[in-house]
Design a protein. Structure first.
Length: 294
């Protein structure tokens, strides 16, 4: 990580793990999404660096409830950045960070995340809904039950189950982060056997985009557009992984990036899941990775 991007003093190793996950994702030139290599959708990498610092400080602070982590992160971000840069990231990273900070030590991370979700209550839901209202994501729509504009009446998991079929972030709450633990970590490990550093993160992002219809695209542009992008990502990933293709083809990535941004398509959910997977990896292997860095 470049020296100029170091966050300075953060409250805990968990906060540092969140920060590193956000910056690692920005270092990867992800087609259609904002990175250090390419701005887009009215945002620059600087917006995301500032957001990463704000959210990492709150997400990594001991003693907060899950809902307080989410709402506090979005409040801090909105004070610093006048746009929605990180709602999905915060929603996905909060249970992982909370599990690492507050759950019983010695249990596997996935089991601790499951415990965190199972113990979330109506107060957590109210704060998360307030965070969503504050972030005001595009294409939010209206729900007949548990709408974000109405008072919370159910646990966070119950509310997220209502949205899991149309929102992949909500699905993680409803399914105990199965896309992160069952798919994302395996894809990241697989990518690292072939690609170095940021290239493996690009591959992870494309794996998410090629496997699942991006729910941010689907929410804004509909299921047909989301499926078209999924198939485009699948073809690109197959090309990058074809025999004889031993280096990441950044020209192909740049063309896909340009095409998506010209069409105003932002695969934001795939990027959010990439950050969550990197955070889970950091939390699982943080000591090992820190020792390797020294």
């Amino acid at each position: 990580m470049p020296e100029t991007l170091r966050a300075g003093r953060l409250p805990t190793p968990v906060a540092d793990a969140v920060w590193r996950a956000c910056i690692e994702e920005l270092e990867a030139p992800k087609p259609g999404n904002v990175s250090f290599a390419s701005p887009g959708h009215g945002m620059t990498a600087k917006d995301f660096v500032v957001s990463a610092r704000c959210s990492a400080e709150v997400l990594g602070t001991p003693g907060l409830s899950l809902g307080e982590r989410v709402l506090g992160s979005i409040e801090a971000t909105r004070r610093a950045v006048d746009c929605n840069t990180n709602l999905g990231i915060v929603l996905l990273c909060a249970p992982l960070a909370h599990a690492a900070l507050e759950s019983e030590a010695g249990h596997p991370l996935r089991a601790r995340v499951t415990e965190v979700l199972a113990s979330s209550g109506v107060e957590d839901t109210e704060r998360v809904l307030a965070a969503i209202r504050l972030a005001a994501p595009a294409g939010l729509g209206v729900s007949r039950r548990h709408d974000v504009r109405t008072p919370a009446t159910a646990s966070l998991v119950e509310v997220m189950r209502e949205a899991e079929d149309r929102d992949r972030v909500a699905r993680q709450y409803a399914r105990c982060f199965e896309d992160v633990f069952d798919f994302g970590l395996a894809a990241l490990a697989r990518g690292r056997t072939r690609w170095p550093g940021r290239d493996a993160i690009v591959a992870l992002y494309l794996e998410f985009l090629a496997r699942f219809k991006d729910s941010h695209i689907e929410r804004k542009l509909g299921p047909v557009a989301a499926e078209e992008v999924r198939l485009e990502a699948k073809r690109l990933l197959e090309s990058l992984e074809s025999p004889g293709s031993e280096e990441m083809n950044f020209e192909e990535l740049a063309r896909f990036d340009h095409s998506l941004k010209c069409r105003r398509i932002n695969p934001g959910t795939s990027a959010d899941l990439t950050v969550a997977t990197l955070l889970a990896d950091n939390l699982l292997h943080g000591k090992r990775k820190s020792a390797a860095a020294r």
